[in-house]
Design a protein around this ligand. Structure first.
Ligand code: FAD
Length: 320
């Protein structure tokens, strides 16, 4: 039995689904021990119910104006206070921009072992084994962590989410002694792209490459995405050509995604692009070159002009 702390991952005052996946992972590790969630932010206390109904035995709430935007030093203090309060064996973070910043700082502070970007958690006897992709998803390592405290970040869209049940646990406020002498402060976060489905959490992604040929060339992809309730992504080729914003880039130097369905339109399938999407559950490639490397990783391939294929697909799906 182990006690586990899950640091809920928020975008503003919205709870990201990966937090619920982390709660599932915490249940695997805890084996009857307590699972506590830390809910740190501003105007977020109401979200405790969601965490309690998805596997958290307790929620520690730190609802403070100072946590309105991500300030590393304040967030670190909140996580450390929670760790000192419940003394968990393991702390789970999302492998998000915030989790990637916080987790190593916490691991360094406690001299704890860390495994990042985990996509699977299992027990081998009493040992917890974490699976993570390496070499751009071409191989996987199985890692154990020794010591009193393990720090782990979870890649979104890889662990299941438990069915919501009647919450039986409680939410309580956690007092944190913040010291207001930050060495650096984030004044504001300005979104480049507003609205739409978050790429890293999207179940379906329609993605465009240099084959879309212009910014307007993304329009048919957006229409398909809106019919499917999908997010729109891109290759670096499309971003470099100025067809779309870099916030849409998927790959080694962009976002890593694991949707249920990835539709690659006019993308050649360079290794650096595959690094970001090859773990998608089903890959559909639309490319007019039958030799394009993307077909090697695709489950379904359509050789054709995307400007014919994508609108036809949208029309068919609309009729559904
Ligand atoms: P291209 O390779 O030019 O392919 C365009 C494809 O569109 C072709 O296969 C063509 O047949 C097809 N096509 C053209 N017209 C049509 C049409 N009308 N209908 C259907 N198909 C059509 N790339 C990433 O994507 N993400 C990364 O994170 C990334 N990081 C990198 C990091 C480093 C250090 C380096 C060196 C490179 C990185 N790259 C990355 C770039 C990568 O190597 C490729 O250059 C890039 O992925 C190519 O983008 P693309 O497939 O859109 O373009």
């Amino acid at each position: 039995m182990q006690d586990v702390l899950v640091v809920a991952d928020l975008r503003g005052s919205t709870l990201r689904n990966v937090s619920l996946e982390a709660l599932y992972g915490a249940g695997v590790i805890a084996q009857g021990g307590r699972v506590t969630a830390l809910l740190a932010g501003h105007g977020v206390a109401d979200l405790a119910e969601v965490l309690l109904s998805h596997g958290a035995n307790d929620v520690l709430v730190v609802d403070d104006e100072r946590l309105r935007t991500y300030q590393p030093e304040f967030y670190r203090k909140a996580v450390q206070t929670a760790i000192e309060a419940i003394k968990p064996s393991t702390v789970l973070f999302a492998h998000s921009a915030i989790g990637r910043d916080l987790a190593p700082a916490i691991a360094a502070h406690y001299k704890a072992g860390q495994v990042s970007d985990v996509i699977g958690i299992e027990l081998q006897g009493n040992q917890v084994i974490y699976t993570r992709p390496v070499y751009a998803g071409k191989a996987f390592t199985k890692n154990g962590i020794s010591g009193d405290l393990a720090i782990v970040t979870i890649r979104p869209n890889n662990l299941p989410v438990s069915e919501a049940t009647q919450a039986s646990g409680t939410a309580k406020n956690l007092d944190v002694s913040f010291v207001d002498d930050l060495r650096s402060t984030i004044k504001d976060v300005v979104k480049k792209v507003s609205g739409g489905v978050d790429l890293t959490e999207a179940k379906i992604i329609v993605s465009g490459g240099r084959g879309v040929k212009s910014a307007e060339g993304f329009e048919p992809l957006r229409e398909l995405a809106s019919v499917l309730g999908a997010a729109v992504g891109a290759s670096r080729g499309a971003c470099d050509a100025g067809y779309c914003d870099y916030s849409m880039q998927i790959g080694q130097t962009g976002k890593v995604v694991t949707p249920d369905l990835y539709i690659a339109c006019g993308i050649s399938g360079a290794i650096q692009h595959l690094a970001g999407m090859s773990n998608a559950k089903v890959i559909v490639a639309i490319n007019k070159d039958p030799e394009a490397p993307i077909f090697k990783v695709a489950d379904y391939g359509i050789v054709g002009d995307l400007f014919d294929v994508v609108p036809a697909l949208t029309q068919e799906l609309r009729a559904f």
